[in-house]
Design a protein. Structure first.
Length: 430
C-alpha cells in the first residue's frame, strides 16, 4: 500500500452489481450491515440472461421486488415454455400453472439492463452503498484470510476496501476463481452461443405472448426465442463449436442466418422482422469453483459457477445464492467468525442445486434421450421433472435421476464448492 492509498472500511464488500451482488447487498443492508458494492461498469449496462424461471419468485419476494417487477416496463410475464422439433412442429406449451397454483407460476422475461438496475436501486434504498466505476483488481490477504479488495476508480486511483467479509459476485469475470486457480471445467458441456435481437417478429397473443420457445437444431443444438417488451425478441443459438463453425469463412451474421433457415419455426417467426443490434458470440461458460469460500471470502452467482443457458438457471442461481450469501455473511459477522468452515451449508446448497440442473442438462443434450419417451416409461416422475425445470432444487431429485440414468448418461457430481478449510485442501492451502 502506498502512502496515498485511500482505505475505506465496512462490514462487507461486494464485487459486482449483477443479480447476485445486488441481492446479497440488499439482504446485508437490511440486516443493518455497512455494505459497499463495487461495480466496474456504468449502469444500466447490457447483460444476456433474459428468461427467468418460476423459482426466481422466492428470492425476489424476499427482496420485496415482486410488485415492482410486475409493474416495470422492462418485463413481460412468462407463463410457459414450449419446444419445437427439427421439423418446425411445436409442442403444446407447458404452463407452469398446471404444476403449481403458487404465485410463482408466472415468471418474467426481462431486459437485463433495466432489471439489474431495479435490483441495484433496491439494494441502495435498503442502505447499501454502491460505487460505480470501481474495478476490483485484487483480493487483499492477511495470511490465509481475505480482508477486502483493492479497486481502481475511473481516475486510475487505487482504493482499498477493507472488510471482515468479501463477496465475489463478479459474474463470469470470476475474480477469485482466476486469482486463486479454482476453476473446474465441466468435462462435457463445451457449447458456444450466438445471438442477436429482432423487432417486429411473430409472437403469440395473450397468455402465450411471453412464452420461451426452445427450437431444435441438428446434433442437439437449439435456438432460444425469448419475447421481450417493445416488440423485441431475443433469438440465440446454442450448439457445439464444430457445428457452428463448419463453414469457417462465414461471419456470425451469415452463420445465424444459415441456422435460421434450417429451423422452419424460427424462419417463419423471423420472416418480415428487422434484425437489430450486434451479433454476439460467447463460449467456455460451463465451469465451477473448486471452493465456495475461504476465510473472509464467499463466492456467489456466476462467480461461483455457471452451467448452460438451457433451462435458464443462471439468474435464478444468482438471486438464490445472493440471498443465501447475504444471510450467511450476516450470521458469520454476528458470530465474530468469518472462517471458511462457516459456509459449508451455503456451499452445499449451491452444489446440490447446480448438480440437479446439470443432470437435467446432460439428459437434454444426450442424443439417446427424449423427455417424452422418459415420461411415457415413468409418468410418476412428471412432477419431479417439472420441479427441477422450475427451480425447486431443494427437493430430493435423486429418484428422478436414478430413473433417468436408464435413458441417458447422467454424470457424477463435479468435485467443487466446499469451503477451503485445512481439511478440504489436504496438507496445504491454495
Ligand atoms: C449465452 C447465455 C445465455 C443465457 N441466458 C440466460 C437466460 O435466459 N436466463 C438466465 O437466467 N440466465 C441466462 N444466462 C446466465 C446469466 O447471464 C447469468 O447467470 C447471470 O447474469 C449471473 O448473474 P451474476 O450476478 O452472477 O453476474 P453478472 O450478471 O454477470 O454481474 C456481474 C457484475 O460484476 C461486474 N464486475 C465484473 N468484474 C468486476 C470487477 N473486477 N470489479 C467490479 N465489478 C466487476 C460486472 O460488470 C457485472 O455487472 C445466460 C448466459 C449465457 C452465457
Amino acid at each position: 500500500m502506498s502512502a496515498q492509498t485511500q482505505v475505506v472500511e465496512c462490514d462487507a464488500v461486494i464485487i459486482g452489481a449483477g443479480p447476485a451482488g445486488s441481492s446479497a447487498a440488499a439482504i446485508l443492508a437490511g440486516h443493518g450491515r455497512r455494505v459497499i458494492m463495487l461495480e466496474r461498469q456504468p449502469f444500466p449496462r447490457y447483460r444476456i440472461g433474459e428468461s427467468l424461471i418460476p423459482y426466481c419468485w422466492f428470492p425476489l419476494h424476499r427482496l420485496g421486488m415482486i410488485e415492482r417487477i410486475d409493474a416495470a416496463a422492462c418485463t413481460i410475464q412468462k407463463h410457459s415454455v414450449q419446444f419445437v422439433g427439427l421439423d418446425g412442429k411445436q409442442t403444446t406449451p407447458f404452463y407452469f400453472a398446471s404444476h403449481t397454483k403458487h404465485d410463482c407460476a408466472r415468471t418474467w422475461q426481462v431486459v437485463r439492463s433495466a432489471f439489474d438496475q431495479l435490483l441495484v436501486e433496491n439494494a441502495k434504498a435498503r442502505g447499501a452503498e454502491i460505487r460505480f466505476g470501481f474495478s476490483a483488481r485484487q483480493l487483499l490477504r492477511d495470511g490465509e484470510s481475505t480482508v477486502g479488495v483493492a479497486a481502481v476508480d475511473e481516475r486510475g486511483q487505487t482504493i482499498e476496501f477493507r472488510a471482515p467479509m468479501t463477496i465475489d459476485a463478479s459474474g463470469r469475470d470470476c475474480l477469485a476463481i482466476r486469482e486463486r486457480g479454482w476453476r473446474v471445467d465441466d468435462p462435457q458441456l463445451r457449447k458456444i452461443a450466438l445471438w442477436t435481437y429482432y423487432k417486429g417478429a411473430k409472437r403469440d397473443a395473450g397468455i402465450d405472448e411471453g412464452a420461451t420457445t426452445v427450437a431444435y437444431l441438428p446434433d442437439k443444438g437449439w435456438f432460444w426465442y425469448i419475447p421481450l417488451p417493445d416488440d423485441k425478441v431475443s433469438v440465440g443459438i446454442v450448439c457445439e463449436r464444430d457445428y457452428l463453425y463448419r463453414e469457417p469463412a462465414l461471419d456470425p451474421k451469415a452463420m445465424f442466418e444459415r441456422e435460421a433457415q434450417i429451423q422452419p419455426w424460427i424462419a417463419e417467426h423471423l420472416a418480415g422482422a428487422t434484425q437489430v443490434g450486434e451479433y454476439r458470440v460467447t463460449g467456455d461458460y460451463s465451469y465451477r469453483s473448486k471452493y465456495c469460500a475461504a476465510d473472509g471470502l464467499l463466492l456467489a452467482g456466476d462467480a461461483f459457477g455457471f452451467l448452460d443457458p438451457v433451462f435458464s438457471s443462471g439468474v435464478f442461481l444468482a438471486l438464490y445464492t445472493g440471498v443465501l450469501a447475504g444471510d450467511a455473511v450476516h450470521e458469520s459477522l454476528a458470530a465474530g467468525d468469518v472462517s471458511a468452515a462457516r459456509f459449508a451449508a451455503y456451499g452445499e446448497k449451491f452444489r446440490s442445486a447446480i448438480e440437479a440442473m446439470r443432470r437435467l442438462v446432460y439428459a437434454f443434450y444426450d442424443t439417446d434421450f427424449s423427455f417424452g419417451a422418459f415420461l411415457k416409461a415413468h409418468p410418476e416422475f412428471r412432477s419431479d421433472l417439472t420441479d427441477c425445470l422450475i427451480g425447486n432444487v431443494e427437493k430430493d431429485l435423486n429418484p428422478l435421476f436414478d430413473a433417468a440414468s436408464e435413458f441417458a448418461d447422467i454424470p457424477a457430481p463435479l468435485p467443487h464448492g466446499r469451503p477451503l478449510t485445512a481439511q478440504a485442501s489436504g496438507a496445504g492451502r491454495a
